[in-house]
Design a protein around this ligand. Structure first.
Ligand SMILES: CC(=O)[C@@H](O)[C@H](O)COP(=O)(O)O
Ligand SMILES: NCC(=O)COP(=O)(O)O
Length: 266
């Protein structure tokens, strides 16, 4: 699947794109002044291994991805025209400056506060609708697709479409926490309902947060129409053990298994 193709034109059973979030590579690098591990080298390796895109979340405190990384990745990705560049952040803090300067394929708007430990909630719609409309219009006018980070609330999806978003990113921590517990089926059903509502509203669907090699396949098998998953923390942790190449291939097998069980069994 080409992640640059508009989600609405993708068939429901199209393979989900894997965007690798490199925040945690930068986090480790930032503990010394040696430039290792290299975010660019990581991007090169995960793309060579078959990832379809790169995600970064340049937080205002630069705890991991720094402004210079956002620009260096944009330069590097010019040599990878099929790869999608996804930049996450709060459009009312520092995100829009990056979007204007870099014009990635996708901007994911996340309602984090400045010192947030990690993302832990989606936009509150319709309450946030009015203030989101101008920044969505501004971003789309730059030719950048807009995705809104959302809790799996079916009723909110029509409001995301009304705000002008192209996609929603379903915030998957609740599913990841429930995975392997008695709550798994019920929580997953909530994501299915949210995805159905998003599709009915004409939105594309992304998903992310705490997805991993254990929970990914079932999520993609059950939740309809997921165009892209962005995965960082668990994938980079796996890569410390397996290396980037084997790790990305394994995540791709998890995705493949969701769509073609017999092929992934080989
Ligand atoms: C938007 C989102 O889902 C986050 O997962 C985020 O990109 C992770 O941020 P940290 O790496 O700073 O925890
Ligand atoms: N948008 C989610 C993301 O980019 C990565 O989240 P995580 O895998 O680091 O939890």
């Amino acid at each position: 699947m080409n992640p640059l193709v508009a989600p609405e034109s993708q068939p429901r059973d199209a393979r989900t794109a894997l965007s690798v979030n490199l925040n945690k590579v930068a986090l480790l690098r930032n503990t010394r002044h040696l430039g290792i591990p290299s975010v660019i080298r990581a991007a090169e390796q995960v793309l060579n291994a078959g990832a379809q895109g790169i995600t970064v979340h340049p937080r205002p405190d630069e705890r991991h991805i720094r402004a210079e990384d956002v620009h260096a990745l944009a330069e590097f990705l010019k040599a990878w025209p099929q790869a999608e560049y996804n930049i996450e952040g709060n459009p009312f803090h520092n995100l829009i400056g990056f979007i204007e300067a870099v014009r990635p394929h996708q901007a994911t708007f996340v309602p984090d506060n400045v010192e947030q430990f990690t993302s832990d909630h989606g936009w509150n719609l319709p309450a946030d609708l009015e203030r989101l409309v101008p920044v969505i219009q501004q971003t789309k006018a730059l030719g950048v697709r807009v995705s809104l980070f959302m809790d799996p609330i079916p009723e909110a999806m029509a409001h995301a479409a009304q705000a002008g978003a192209d996609r929603v990113e379903l915030y998957t921590e609740a599913y990841a926490r429930a995975f392997g517990t008695a709550d798994e089926d019920a929580v997953l059903a909530q994501y299915v309902r949210a995805a159905e509502a998003a599709l009915a509203a004409g939105l594309g669907i992304n998903a992310g947060h705490d997805l991993n090699r254990d929970n990914l396949t079932r999520f993609l098998r059950e939740v309809p129409g997921v165009a892209e998953v962005s995965i960082g923390h668990a994938l980079i942790a796996d890569a410390l053990e397996l290396g980037y190449t084997e790790t990305v291939r394994d995540y791709q097998r998890c995705i493949q298994r969701a769509f073609a069980p017999e092929a992934a069994a080989r």
